[in-house]
Ligand binder design. Structure first.
Ligand code: SD4
Length: 346
């Protein structure tokens, strides 16, 4: 089986992969290749993108999984394992910030383009890899989403061993937060969120995605965010593209954010434009100011073009393919960049 294949997307003169290649820098979320006088866009598959700089290690792992003969679903799952197992990441998996009662509750989902299938878990406790339980829900049950005790019971029945997710450090921080609770409301800010959403494209042009988080730090017990909600934290449409979200889930899930990004791509927007337009549309409808929304999207289309945009200054995302991996700056939107009334006016 070919483990990594180059997909030629727009051959302007019908040139083939056999020519002499000169690679131009990757500036726009895809590689440009100069072959004689023609420039064509190429995609090295498998290609993965993910939210935040820590997503780079997950994307690199996902590429390796496919190169070693794994499936794209294995790649999404095992790529996300890297972030879930990282105790220094305070918003995914072990080491995640607990809820107001000091319990770590995890949300995750996975989606596969070719069969438009999905699996999801919400408010899952004591499981190191919620992405794997989301996959099991997709593959072993007739359902899409399991939450709370039922999700945990299912995980245990499937042979998952329980793991204590609350690290000593997070326990100390939670105790300190508890003491001064009331003085300060729990917030999602730079220190309180780091969800991983990951999207992948294989050499056949099929799309996949996954998402995993411990959500809003010190959230109310039972609160579920956008991340495990298909269409909000993640959406994959194998005809068009895929999108994922990070940020304040309440502001994503009231607008079906990732679905909206994919729909913008369906209407012809590039991935970056689609993310911008979705944020603009949300800002137009939402009573909150654009500056208070705290929402960020990544997107990847079926042609292998990718991009990101959001309201957080300094929101970064990662990519990896068999040739390279890098952290990229997302487009940061302000009231000015999308117009005085919000919306996607140019
Ligand atoms: C949530 N969207 O639970 C997640 C948090 C997040 O980066 O993305 N943080 O609301």
């Amino acid at each position: 089986m070919p483990v990594s294949r180059r997909r030629f997307i727009q051959g302007s003169t019908g040139l083939t992969a056999m020519g002499a290649f000169h690679f131009l820098p990757n500036r726009e979320g895809f590689a440009m290749e100069q072959t004689g006088r023609a420039t064509q866009r190429v995609v090295d598959a498998p290609l993965f993108i993910a939210t935040w700089p820590f997503g780079k290690a997950s994307c690199e792992q996902a590429v390796k999984v496919v190169q070693r003969g794994g499936s794209m679903v294995d790649a999404i799952e095992q790529g996300i394992w890297v972030t879930e197992a990282d105790v220094s990441n305070a918003s995914v998996g072990i080491g995640g910030i607990p809820n107001a009662d000091g319990q770590v509750e995890l949300d995750a989902c996975i989606m596969t383009g070719p069969d438009h299938n999905a699996g999801s878990v919400g408010g899952l406790q004591d499981v190191l890899h919620p992405i794997s339980v989301a996959r099991l829900v997709m593959e072993k049950t007739p359902h899409v989403m399991l939450v709370g005790e039922g999700a945990k019971q299912f995980a245990m029945e499937q042979g998952v061993s329980p793991t204590d997710l609350l690290t000593a450090d997070q326990k100390k921080r939670w105790e300190a937060w508890k003491k001064q609770q009331g003085a300060e409301k729990p917030e999602i800010d730079e220190d309180h969120h780091d969800t991983i959403a990951m999207l992948g494209l294989d050499a056949q042009g099929n799309l996949y995605g996954g998402c995993s988080t411990s959500g809003w730090g010190y959230k109310m017990p039972g609160r579920i965010g956008d991340s495990p909600i298909i269409g909000s934290g993640l959406y994959v449409d194998n005809q068009v593209g895929a999108a994922g979200a990070t940020g304040l889930g309440e502001n994503v899930m009231r607008h079906c954010g990732s679905f909206l990004v994919v729909e913008m791509m369906r209407q012809g927007a590039t991935p970056t434009e689609a993310c911008e337009q979705a944020v603009g549309r949300i800002a137009e409808l939402d009573p909150k100011n654009l500056g208070n929304l705290d929402i960020n999207f990544i997107a990847l289309n079926k042609q292998g073009v990718y991009g990101a945009a959001g309201t957080s200054q300094g929101f970064k995302y990662s990519m990896a393919d068999p040739r390279q991996s890098q952290v990229l700056e997302a487009k940061a939107l302000s009231e000015k960049s999308i117009g005085p009334e919000g919306g996607n006016r140019k």
